[in-house]
Design a protein around this ligand. Structure first.
Ligand code: NAD
Length: 308
């Protein structure tokens, strides 16, 4: 009897550990399916901290990791993926190129170096991290990388500076981006950029979904969100992430805390009503937490380059 109970307990533990939480996928404008939810690893120090966070996420059911050359932790992300025991083709890996890697004769080589750092044969999504430098020339090589299968989707990040910067890439591109990554959360819902993206069936992926570190938990303390959370017996973070999912955004909350990592994927375990979605939509005040001017971005981001 003891043995049977132990076996049942073990099966239950393994099932819970591998729970997929009925995750959802977005179909991109090139037909590729992307897991809608993932772990972001911005500002997680390279080494054990990144490795352990990614492994915890994968063991908790996450199937999407968002890194960048600029985060300087791609090698640890790749190592955790390779050592997770999970099939490579069921994990979505995103990374981003820095402006010094854009240009004809440069971008394809930079993608090869990225694959080397990750220790992977292909990467699922590559973004241009910032709208600075020769992104028009570089995009031609992003299109080639997509066509040769080194990359399954190509996107732009932070091109929400103004319409003219957005159009200078999106309107001239032979292959339109599949996805755009921008700051987006209940306090800054980015309605204009939702309209711009819709024109070419470009999906939106939200960074700072919980407001980011500098928000000091402001959205997590919002009374409307907490009232909804209480009604469902869920947490404020789960409600915010659930709102993103039901809006059709991709969402990549960051954390190194195993309890938060597990909590955040619990957003798949309940649903918000139409009225609750509307209540959260009404919190929009287009108030971003990252407010550096484009001129300052060019100055600061142009000054610094990631090492290989
Ligand atoms: P976030 O909004 O995901 O917030 C992270 C903060 O929330 C951390 O301080 C974390 O400890 C805390 N947190 C996480 N889960 C919590 C929970 N359940 N309860 C309470 N607190 C919780 O901000 P982020 O990590 O900066 O952004 C998400 C990801 O987006 C990044 O990791 C990165 O991958 C990406 N990103 C991209 C850009 C870009 O320029 N493209 C910029 C910023 C972030």
């Amino acid at each position: 009897m003891k043995k049977i109970l132990f076996t049942l307990f073990t099966i239950l533990c393994v099932t819970t550990m591998n729970a997929q939480h009925n995750q959802t996928y977005l179909t991109l404008n090139n037909g590729v399916q992307m897991p809608q939810f993932g772990l972001g690893v911005y500002s997680i120090p390279a080494g054990d901290m990144t490795y352990n966070s990614v492994l915890t996420a994968l063991q908790s059911g996450y199937r999407h990791i968002d890194t960048a050359h600029a985060y300087q932790n791609e090698a640890n992300v790749g190592q955790a993926i390779r050592e997770s025991g999970i099939a490579r083709d069921s994990i979505w890996v995103t990374s981003k190129l820095w402006p010094n890697e854009y240009g004809e004769g440069k971008t394809l080589k930079a993608i090869d170096r990225m694959l080397g750092r990750l220790g992977l044969d292909y990467v699922d999504l590559v973004y241009f991290h910032q709208p600075i430098g020769d992104y028009v020339g570089g995009w031609k090589e992003m299109e080639k990388a997509l066509e040769t299968g080194k990359v399954r989707a190509i996107g732009i990040s932070n091109f929400d500076v103004n319409d003219s910067i957005w159009n200078s890439l999106v309107e001239t591109a032979r292959i339109k981006p599949q996805i755009v990554q921008i700051e987006c959360h209940p306090y800054a819902q980015r309605k204009h950029w939702q309209e711009m993206a819709k024109k070419h069936d470009i999906k939106i992926e939200c960074w700072f979904p919980l407001g980011g570190r500098d928000s000091k938990g402001e959205i997590l303390r919002d009374p409307v969100i907490n009232q909804i959370a209480q009604a469902h017996g869920m947490t404020a973070a789960q409600v915010i992430i659930r709102w993103h999912l039901q809006e059709g955004f991709s969402v990549i909350p960051g954390s190194t805390n195993p309890a938060h990592i597990r909590e955040n994927i619990g957003a798949f375990d309940f649903a918000l009503t139409d009225a609750e979605m509307q209540q959260i939509r009404s919190l929009d005040r287009e108030a971003r937490y990252f407010n550096m001017s484009y001129e300052d971005q060019k100055r600061w981001f142009g000054q610094w380059n990631p090492t290989d």
